[in-house]
Design a binder for this molecule. Structure first.
Ligand SMILES: Cc1cc2nc3c(=O)[nH]c(=O)nc-3n(C[C@H](O)[C@H](O)[C@H](O)COP(=O)(O)O)c2cc1C
Length: 367
């Protein structure tokens, strides 16, 4: 479908001969090696890097973005290869989800499955991570200047009524070293987590996070970190509206839509494991939800669109539906590291064909 990068065409059969999780671990090992070696990083940047483009530049929730494509949460949960992602073109990087203390091992394997027919992935990783303090140290040591976000979650063993304590602890740990913060209440693989999206649970949780953020900002003499809420695609439309209102009323600076879906009937074949489905099958719902959110928010907050984006056409449609920024994960697995550059070039082409001078002019045009 896409003219793939020859290097990735060589590597892909090898990676796809491994289990999905082993392939992930091998890829992360390579990314980490490259990130720590100036010469290799320079080679990767020269091959896959993206030049800043005036037409795609924006400031969103107070942060500068060279273009709208970022790495979605979950691929580099512990920030082991932070400097690698900008070298393959990403304009921003989201790390995590992290949980308090030393983190947790996540669910038993198998917990990751490729659905190759539909270019999808199903995962039930369960927030395997080394903890928020470890991520903070990785963020502190990064060299890249692109905005880096920390995505926060609750530990598996924490009861739901104590969830705000976990978000407070993780925010305390990462505050100094991240550029934005994501309150993740939408992963399907931590029992009960999505229940935090109910208005009665969400309001006190967001109030706590806002209070910690304000306190840390005051002590540091800096601006508060932009706070974003990441939501699930499986919410009813009325709940999406209620959450949008709540996010505006309770101090959020943006909404990320969406996490993975539990609707396995959307997959190209029945998945073998439980968990959340990502990739193109998720795109129609994520697109519709972006449109609905944009209408409801009416400009009050920017939207980060994620879910099944794998081409410049997808990206263009998601921006027109109302997203100011975009993220991807699954398409990177199937298309390889040249994908970001391809999407950015395609977006530039589309904008100049349509005679548009700035990306912001198209955001929400189809909503
Ligand atoms: C293996 C895997 C692990 C993920 N882990 C997280 C996570 O820890 N936190 C989170 O907010 N989203 C996580 N996600 C969801 C992605 O960030 C993204 O919202 C979703 O995959 C849809 O985008 P995509 O279709 O481009 O992959 C994960 C996705 C995958 C495939």
């Amino acid at each position: 479908m896409f003219d793939r990068d020859p290097l990735y065409l060589l590597g892909r059969p090898l990676l796809f001969s491994l289990t999905a999780e082993r392939a992930h671990d091998v890829t992360m090992g390579v990314a980490q090696k490259v990130a720590s070696h100036a010469g290799l990083l320079g080679f990767v940047r020269s091959r896959y890097g993206v030049r800043p483009s005036p037409i795609l530049k924006q400031t969103v929730f107070g942060l500068p973005f060279d273009h709208p494509i970022g790495l979605a949460a979950g691929l580099d949960k512990d920030g082991m290869a932070i400097d690698f992602w900008p070298a393959v073109g990403f304009a921003f990087v989201e790390l995590g989800t992290v949980t308090p203390g030393d983190g947790q091992p996540g669910n038993d394997k198998p917990r990751l499955e490729r659905i190759v027919q539909g270019q999808g992935i199903v995962n039930r990783m369960g927030f395997n991570n080394r903890g928020a303090a470890h991520l903070a140290a990785r963020l502190a040591a990064r060299k890249t200047a692109v905005p880096c976000g920390a995505n926060l979650g609750k530990g598996k063993a924490t009861p739901l009524d104590r969830a705000p304590d976990d978000y407070e602890a993780t925010l305390e740990a990462v505050w100094d070293h991240c550029d934005y913060v994501v309150v993740n209440v939408s992963s399907p693989n931590t029992p009960g987590l999505r229940d935090l999206q109910a208005v009665d649970s969400l309001a006190p949780l967001l109030d706590r996070v806002v209070a910690v953020n304000a306190r840390r900002a005051k002590t540091a003499g800096k601006s508060p970190r932009p706070l974003l809420l990441k939501i699930a695609p499986d919410l009813a439309d009325e709940d999406v509206d209620a959450i949008a209102d709540l996010a505006v009323g309770h101090g959020m600076q943006g909404i990320i839509a969406t996490n993975t879906t539990l609707r396995h009937e959307l997959a190209a074949r029945p998945p073998r494991i439980a968990g959340g489905l990502s990739g193109p099958a998720l795109a129609p719902r994520a697109l519709a939800l972006t449109r609905r959110l944009f209408r409801r928010l009416d400009g009050a907050l920017p939207i980060v669109g994620v879910g099944g984006i794998r081409s410049a056409d997808d990206a263009y449609a998601r921006l027109r539906a109302g997203a100011s920024l975009l993220q991807l994960y699954t398409a990177l697995v199937y298309e390889g590291p040249s994908l970001v550059k391809k999407i950015v070039k395609g977006l530039e082409r589309r904008l100049s064909q349509d005679g548009i001078q700035s990306l912001t002019a198209i955001i929400g045009q189809d909503a």
